[in-house]
Ligand binder design. Structure first.
Ligand code: NDP
Ligand code: 8X3
Length: 260
């Protein structure tokens, strides 16, 4: 198992859910963390809890208030990292969201744009600005958080599923383009995970969000972070290309076992 001690790990979307859980598991292994998201106060709370829990020091956590949709902000954030933080070992492209569950012909343009700009273009920007350094050092690992939605479309999922299918293709393409270097690429693709995801999808409608998980034992963010950690700690000659993980209660995007 590769040691993560003092490895520099950049996690996008670290203010909540899977990203925050990744921060926790990587902090517990002694990694240095760059935590990125728009909600700076949430990042600060997470950093405080990691300092308390794992005795991480301020030298081990660097916060980046960043909207991944803004290409120039991404470029500036990466190019102006202090020297001690600039050699990123692991990039976890996790920031993402769904908006709405409308039929395609009734969909909201702003929802589509937010999903495409975050899930596809944001992921591409981070990759474009971070991976050249990995290539020149001939070491590094990009871990993209895809989804079962990238393999199976469901009614109303149209554009969100399209963005995750794009993530799947981009991960495959990046792996091909990095052949001949030591840089690894993995895609971790979960089914239902209980996070703020559904609340964001339904624009803050908590009641509707709760219905998604009713009668089901979904994955937790920590379950997904475990798999990300597994991918990141394989021996240097091993690349985990794709992992699909689902709750026992879920067989496909639409086939879910709900207890009454
Ligand atoms: P959460 O809503 O809990 O977390 C999403 C994270 O993404 C937040 O930290 C949010 O931070 C960040 N984010 C959203 N937009 C931006 C942006 N423009 N710039 C920077 N950060 C942004 O959901 P999850 O943890 O569930 O989602 C994480 C990833 O997992 C997503 O890519 C999602 O598609 C994927 N996924 C989720 C599943 C689920 O069932 N929950 C299943 C399969 C995949 P902030 O708002 O502070 O910017
Ligand atoms: C999130 C899982 O099935 O809600 O990617 O799209 S799903």
């Amino acid at each position: 198992m590769l040691s993560l001690q003092n490895q520099i790990v950049l996690i996008t979307g670290a203010s909540s859910g899977i990203g925050a859980a990744c921060a926790t598991v990587f902090a517990s292994a002694g990694a240095k963390l760059i935590l990125a998201a728009r909600r700076q106060e949430r990042l600060q709370q997470l950093a405080n809890s990691l300092v308390e829990k794992y005795h991480s020091t301020p030298e081990q956590i660097h916060l980046l208030q960043l909207d991944v949709r803004d290409r120039f902000a991404v470029e500036s954030a990466i190019s102006s990292l202090p020297p001690a933080w600039s050699e990123i070992d692991i990039l976890i492209n996790n920031a993402g969201l769904s908006r709405g569950l409308d039929k395609l012909h009734q969909g909201e343009f702003t929802d589509w744009e937010e999903m495409i700009d975050t899930n596809i273009k944001g992921l591409l920007y981070l990759t474009r600005y971070v991976v050249p350094g990995m290539v020149s050092r001939d070491r590094g690992h990009v871990i993209n958080i895809g989804s079962i939605a990238g393999y199976q479309t469901y009614p109303g999922g149209n554009v969100y599923c399209g963005t995750k299918a794009a993530v799947r293709a981009i991960s495959e393409g990046l792996k091909q383009d990095l052949l001949g270097t030591s840089v690894k690429v993995s895609s971790v693709d979960p089914g239902m995970v209980e996070t703020e995801f559904s609340e964001v999808r339904f624009h803050g409608n908590t009641e509707r969000a709760n219905q998604v998980y009713q009668g089901v034992t979904p994955l937790t963010a920590a379950d997904v972070a475990d798999v990300v950690f597994f991918c990141a700690t394989r021996p240097s000659h091993v690349n985990i290309n794709q992992v699909i993980l689902m709750p026992v209660d879920q067989a496909s995007t639409t086939l879910v076992n709900r207890r009454r």
